[in-house]
Ligand binder design. Structure first.
Ligand code: PMP
Length: 429
């Protein structure tokens, strides 16, 4: 595969951008490769600067749930642009968007739009602290909630991949109020509440963790989080930045039938634009300025163009919920094919799936928490990634991430992927 142009752009990029990229995982460092620079995407495929095509299982890390360059989504975009890009004053589409989100996600009565998932979780934590008048928060090891200081502790995603789960530059005084528990561990959470319960403002959790590879919460675990936060008057925050409108239209809250007090969104709700949102029960959200004393603002928050595309992305999902059945059917097929390949070749690997998300772990399960996934062979994943890339398949460039299916992945895509998976596993054995 010729990657000459990508290499040239990268050489230029590293002079001006740290690592040549604007988000660490994109550097392909942990898979010992140089990054591929993408020029365009259509449906389930993307193309790089050298003209190589790939079946895309990143999907912009989630937003491209309807595939790339979805024609219906793009329709009318020029008219929106012509009317002006940003006013810093309210627009009707922001109210339409908020209403749609509140109707779609029963746990929230009000919602605020921001520009990223990071802003959403950071703001939700501030509101929860303001509402409860307590200081401490609980997060789980291996869960990633963006890169705000108080959440960058024993984190997931690129922070595990690059060995900085707790970032430099985050003062000790700030993280002192972040308590870290083990994912899926009921005992740990009970013990932490016994010790610190009177000062715990919130629990923030990825109800299906996608940032240590794919690790779903057990229903008992989420149920316990719901009960214990009620008992101690703490706020339960579901970080649905990945799972919202993905694993079901109503996110993890719908799948597990549990209503959090607050929820955070991103990715899909922007349809590819930089958008995040946090919402919650009315009395909690009324803490937000100008109604209450918790300050949070944004020059480009609710940007009209981003809102139009995000709104439409959600509307298209709402119109045809059979998309979710289709994506799950495709994911099951992929899971089965890969699982059979693993068995045939006797490889020490496990394919894990939840709805339309998957991770191929190079190790033996079960994978219930950060310690479990840490045992995986990341070198082997790197080799596998490169083999798949050479065959025109774009996987997450790190072991501790997920593959995302879209509504545009075809049977043919999957057959080719399963065949390539067999060849790649055989090659690295
Ligand atoms: N929460 C979760 C669960 C995420 O996966 C991410 C990003 N991958 C974030 C928050 C942060 O979102 P953003 O990158 O848009 O800041």
């Amino acid at each position: 595969m010729n990657l000459e142009k990508s290499k040239q752009i990268y050489e230029e990029g590293i002079k001006y951008i740290p690592g040549g990229v604007n988000s660490p995982v994109r550097a392909f460092k942990s898979v010992n490769s140089s990054p591929v620079f993408i020029s365009k995407g259509y449906k389930s495929k993307i193309q790089d600067e050298d003209g190589n095509a790939y079946i895309d299982y990143i999907g912009s890390w989630g937003p491209a749930i309807l595939g790339h360059s979805n024609e219906e989504l793009m329709e009318g975009i020029e008219d929106i642009i012509r009317d002006g890009l940003s006013f810093g004053l309210p627009t009707k589409i922001e109210v339409d968007m908020a209403k749609l989100m509140v109707e779609s996600y029963p746990a929230i009565d009000m919602v605020r739009m921001v520009n990223s998932g990071t802003e959403a979780t950071m703001s939700a934590i501030r509101v929860a602290r303001g509402y409860t008048n307590k200081n401490k928060i609980i997060k789980f090891e291996g869960c990633y909630h963006g890169h705000s200081d108080s959440l960058l502790v024993k984190s997931g995603s690129g922070t595990i991949t690059y060995g900085v789960p707790t970032s430099l530059g985050v003062p000790e005084e700030i993280v002192r109020n972040t308590l870290v528990c083990r994912y899926n561990d009921l005992h740990d959470i009970k013990k932490t509440f016994e010790e610190h319960g009177s000062d715990i403002a919130a629990i923030i959790v990825e109800p299906v963790a996608g940032n240590m590879g794919l690790v779903a919460a057990t229903p008992e675990f989420l149920k316990e989080l719901r009960e214990i936060t009620k008992e101690y008057n703490s706020v339960l925050i579901f970080d649905e930045v990945i799972t919202g409108f993905r694993i079901a239209y109503g996110g993890a809250s719908e799948v597990y039938a549990i209503e959090p007090d607050m929820a955070c969104f991103g990715k899909i709700i922007g349809g590819g634009f930089p958008v995040g949102a946090y919402g919650g029960k009315k009395e909690i959200m009324e803490m937000v300025s100008p109604l209450g004393g918790v300050y949070q603002a944004g020059t480009l928050s609710g940007n009209p163009l981003a809102m139009h595309i995000g709104y439409k992305n959600i509307k298209l999902l709402q119109r045809d919920k059979s998309i979710y059945d289709y994506m799950e059917k495709m994911a099951i097929k992929l899971e089965k094919g890969i699982s059979e390949n693993i068995e045939k070749l006797g490889i020490n690997a496990t394919i894990v799936r939840f709805k339309n998300m998957l991770t191929l772990f190079f190790g033996k399960g079960p994978f219930n928490n950060y310690d479990d996934v840490q045992k995986c062979d990341t070198e082997l994943y790197a080799k596998y990634f490169r083999e798949m890339l050479n065959r025109g398949i774009m996987l997450p460039p790190a072991q501790f991430e997920c593959m995302f299916l879209s509504a545009e992945h075809t049977e043919e895509d999957l057959e080719y992927t399963i065949k390539s998976n067999y060849e790649s596993l055989k090659a690295i054995k």
